[in-house]
Design a protein around this ligand. Structure first.
Ligand code: ADP
Ligand code: ZN
Length: 525
């Protein structure tokens, strides 16, 4: 490491991982982005090559990632090559010939290439001479359908172990919760592997979640107040929203560009290059943007829509502050996000099995709990990756402990309102109408259905519209209320309503701040 890479010492678990791999053990490495995963297999590759054990093959999902790594290795004098779809036949032959001659230390290749007959012949040849030193599988969460970036080609990689059982393997990922980890181990047959779990904490990232009121304006205020002229990424759910948001930001004087998989390849490349090279660009993107983008000074990652789960949230927010300087992860979140995510999971059109949907629901619930919590967000986040921690002092809740109020009674009012309305009209209604009933508003709809005669009419007039909104969101997040996406998001009692109705649970909500208070006493560069 000192001779080739010029670093004085190993970080964290690197030393153990490296010596294990040199000794020929299998490993599953979980290390956050920027933690230094590459060295974990690059150093064993160099050591095993010089021990006469041959070539290390690195499976990597993206050409851009491969190029970066190969270039960096070549710069420090390590013989590295890559094989990908942009090479012609002669180039592929040349790369393979160098490897057969024993001239190559690391060969990067895409997963779909690894399993082609041609490449397997090549591997067979090396294996027969004892010249396969190590298989490194980067972004290993892609093998799991529970992970947030499933790639079917990754499934085939189990073949490496079946075919070359004597060759040690290392799987690496920056994001995998307990379910995903188990699945990686099973899919890649890593039962014998050492599992190395680094701390997932990114102490320089300040986590903030705000309640959506006027999301665009909130975003603009966040950028203008906290990150004028900084580089950042704004994630949106849909391509359409990406384009609209980028355009709107530009109109507001922010230097923003759109990025999503539906844009022409040249434009994507151009926007990506500009983001990397220029200062202070805001990339408005779908999650298609990010993997392999190694820009150290991204000062903020903003979510205008809620991701699917904590793994996705963690991966996306992890792109902020790789240089170790203060950075922000900001998310705006509202009832519509909860309902949308639920609808996608429950979508009857999709082929997903019930078991799959159930896992996705549990994963979504963990993210909702993180968004709704009035305690330290980092504690929640790390706990999700099984890492105990103490309140961090660098998230919105730690910096500005939210005042809370006991919303248990209000929650019960809302649940009984759903029940009464159903009893009377044998119908279900949306949140807006139910809140009107509770607040005693004589709307046309209330009169049409005679809902002023309900015992719940007007019993909740003491709470504001916004407070009711928070109550409903919390109830949906807890599964006490289910919004029926097939019927205009009408509300029904959910499976968890019982626990609340029987008095076994309490609901505490944050008091909504008029102005999202953030930035006070923050960690700064
Ligand atoms: P990851 O793949 O886990 O996101 P990288 O392997 O790209 O992280 O490493 C992140 C950065 O940290 C790189 O610039 C790398 O050179 C540097 N790095 C890794 N290990 C060390 C070390 N032991 N000492 C100093 N810098 C390191
Ligand atoms: Zn905190």
């Amino acid at each position: 490491m000192q001779q080739v890479f010029g670093y004085p010492r190993f970080r964290g678990l690197q030393a153990d991982i490296v010596s294990g791999a040199i000794a020929g053990d299998d490993a599953l490495v979980l290390m956050p982005t920027g933690g230094g995963k590459s060295l974990c297999y690059q150093i064993p590759a160099i050591a095993r090559r010089s021990n006469g054990q041959g070539l290390t093959v690195v499976v990597s999902p993206l050409i851009a990632l491969m190029y970066d790594q190969v270039r960096a290795l070549q710069e420090v004098g390590v013989a590295a090559d890559c094989l990908h779809s942009a090479l012609d036949y002669a180039q592929v032959q040349a790369v393979q010939q160098r490897a057969r001659n024993g001239e190559t230390t690391l060969l990067y290749a895409a997963p779909e290439r690894i399993t082609t007959p041609h490449f397997l012949d090549f591997l067979d040849h090396l294996a027969s001479k004892g010249q396969l030193a190590l298989f490194a599988i980067d972004e290993a969460h892609c093998v799991s359908q529970w992970g947030h970036d499933f790639r079917p080609e990754y499934r085939q990689l189990a073949l490496l172990h079946q075919r070359y059982p004597q060759v040690p393997r290392m799987a690496l990922t920056a994001t995998a919760d307990a379910v995903t980890r188990e699945d990686i181990i099973e899919r890649l047959q890593l039962q014998e592997a050492q599992v190395y779990v680094s701390s997932f904490d990114r102490p320089n990232i300040c986590y903030q979640v705000v309640e959506k009121t006027d999301p665009r304006k909130q975003l603009l205020r966040f950028i203008e107040d906290e990150h004028p002229d900084d580089a950042g990424i704004v994630y949106c759910q849909s391509r359409k929203k990406v384009e609209e948001t980028a355009q709107w930001l530009v109109e507001q004087g922010i230097n923003a560009l759109p990025y999503h998989a539906g844009l022409p390849a040249e434009m994507r490349q151009l926007h990506q290059d500009r983001f990397l090279r220029e200062e202070g660009l805001v990339m408005t993107a779908t999650i298609a943007f990010g993997m392999g983008i190694d820009k150290p000074d991204v000062r903020f990652v903003a979510h205008l829509d809620m991701p699917k789960n904590i793994e996705g949230y963690y991966q996306e927010t992890g792109r902020a502050g790789r240089d170790g300087q203060a950075a922000d992860a900001w998310m705006a979140y509202g009832l519509a996000d909860v309902v949308n995510q639920r609808r996608m999971i429950d979508d009857p059109q999709s082929q997903a099995s019930e078991a799959y949907r159930q896992v996705m629901r549990t994963k979504l619930d963990a993210l909702l709990a993180m968004a709704e919590t009035t305690d330290c967000r980092r504690v929640r986040l790390l706990a999700y990756f099984d890492e105990p921690s103490k309140p961090c002092g660098n998230c919105d809740n730690c910096l500005n402990p939210p005042k809370t109020w006991d919303a248990t009674k209000a929650a019960l009012m809302f649940l009984s309102c759903i029940y009464r309305v159903q009893q009377k009209s044998d119908m279900h209604f949306g949140a807006g109408h139910l809140i009107d009933i509770l607040r005693g508003k004589m709307t046309d709809k209330v009169q049409q259905y005679e809902h002023q005669s309900l015992s719940t009419f007007g019993i909740g007039e003491g709470l504001s519209q916004q407070q009711w909104g928070a109550v409903v969101r919390q109830l949906v997040a807890r599964d006490a209320v289910v919004a029926d996406a097939q019927a205009f998001n009408t509300m029904r009692l959910g499976p968890a309503a019982k626990t609340l109705l029987s008095g076994q649970a309490q609901v505490f909500l944050r008091e909504s701040e008029r102005v999202a208070a953030s930035g006070r006493g923050r960690m700064r560069k």
